[in-house]
Design a protein around this ligand. Structure first.
Ligand SMILES: O=P(O)(O)O[C@H]1O[C@H](CO)[C@@H](O)[C@H]1O
Ligand SMILES: Nc1nc2[nH]cnc2c(=O)[nH]1
Length: 290
């Protein structure tokens, strides 16, 4: 379970990208299932397919295009991952989180993670956008953790603090933008729980997650956020509630991945507006605090 990538692997990929592009991103955006279109608003785009980037994993899931897109949003240089990686694809957590350390070495300061998740909180509706306030690393409890193995001090310390994983300042900015855009009635805050997948939850599992304090559940994001915090990146997370997780044996609806992607399309426009405004404010905030 220890890391399969050496510092030289990270360096090689970083140097390859720095030689191929003149973009020097400050914000990295990870686009979750069906959310690759978040990159559409960027100008001066330069696109790399994952399969052409040395050491990069490739996307194997529908709704994950498998492209790294460099570009600018207003004046902020950004990089978008159209598709990310999951344990259930058979990747080690070292591979799942590989791009985060590349971003760090390229000079990125802020990571904006997005994903699709199932709503556990009974108040949540399909199409809600949940600003991630905190997470529960369920695979981590069982030893599936991206920081297991020898610690590389060049990235961060052995025992990183995780009590402030999601920037309080950026969460407030995201809430403000939501209200400016007139979306307050479907913007929420909550706790995201990662499970390994690939099956969706049984009803008993969903009930357990509710008792544990989870507001939504998905199969990603937590490893990337953990590695990002370890290496000192600022993190903000948005989770699109694509379905309600069944907590009741009498409910007949059955969740499927097509429905997850469909809700992504439905909320595409507003999510894109939220993300682009957030990126430009992130950068202003970072300038003001330096
Ligand atoms: O977390 P992302 O990849 O956005 O997508 C979520 O949706 C997929 C299942 O439909 C899983 O990959 C789950 O993690
Ligand atoms: N585990 C899990 N992942 C999801 N991704 C989108 N919806 C869901 C869900 O209901 N459960």
């Amino acid at each position: 379970n220890s890391c399969c990538c050496s510092f030289e692997d990270y360096k090689l990929t970083t140097e390859w990208l720095l030689n191929q592009t003149s973009h020097r991103p400050k914000v990295a955006v990870i686009c979750g299932s069906g959310l690759g279109l978040l990159a559409d608003g960027a100008a001066n785009k330069q696109i790399f397919r994952y399969q052409d980037i040395p050491n990069f994993p490739v996307s194997t899931v529908q709704g994950h295009e498998g492209c790294l897109v460099f570009g600018t949003i207003e004046d902020t240089p950004c990089v978008f991952m159209q598709g990310h990686f999951h344990l259930y694809e058979g990747y080690s957590l070292c591979k799942v989180t590989f791009p985060v350390r590349i971003f760090k070495l390229m000079g990125v300061e802020t990571l904006l993670v997005t994903n699709a998740s199932g709503g556990i909180c009974p108040d949540f509706k399909v199409g809600d956008i949940m600003i991630i306030k905190d997470h529960i690393n369920l695979p981590g409890f069982a030893g599936q953790h991206p920081l297991c193995g020898p610690n590389d001090e060049r990235f961060g310390i052995r025992f990183p603090c995780m009590s402030d994983a999601y920037s309080k300042d950026l969460r407030r900015v995201a809430l403000d933008i939501g209200s400016e855009l007139g979306c307050s009635d479907f913007i929420r805050e909550g706790v995201y729980c990662m499970v390994s997948g690939p099956n969706f939850e049984t009803i008993a599992e969903a009930r357990m997650l509710l008792i544990l304090g989870c507001d939504s559940v998905g199969m990603s994001t937590v490893p990337e956020v953990t590695v990002a915090k370890h290496c000192g990146l600022r993190v903000i997370g948005l989770s699109l509630i694509t379905n309600k997780v069944s907590l009741d044996y009498s409910r007949e609806e059955k969740v499927n991945h097509d429905e997850v992607l469909e809700i992504g399309k439905m909320r595409a426009e507003v999510l894109q507006k939220l993300v682009t405004t957030l990126i430009s404010r992130c950068q202003q905030q970072s300038i003001n605090t330096h």
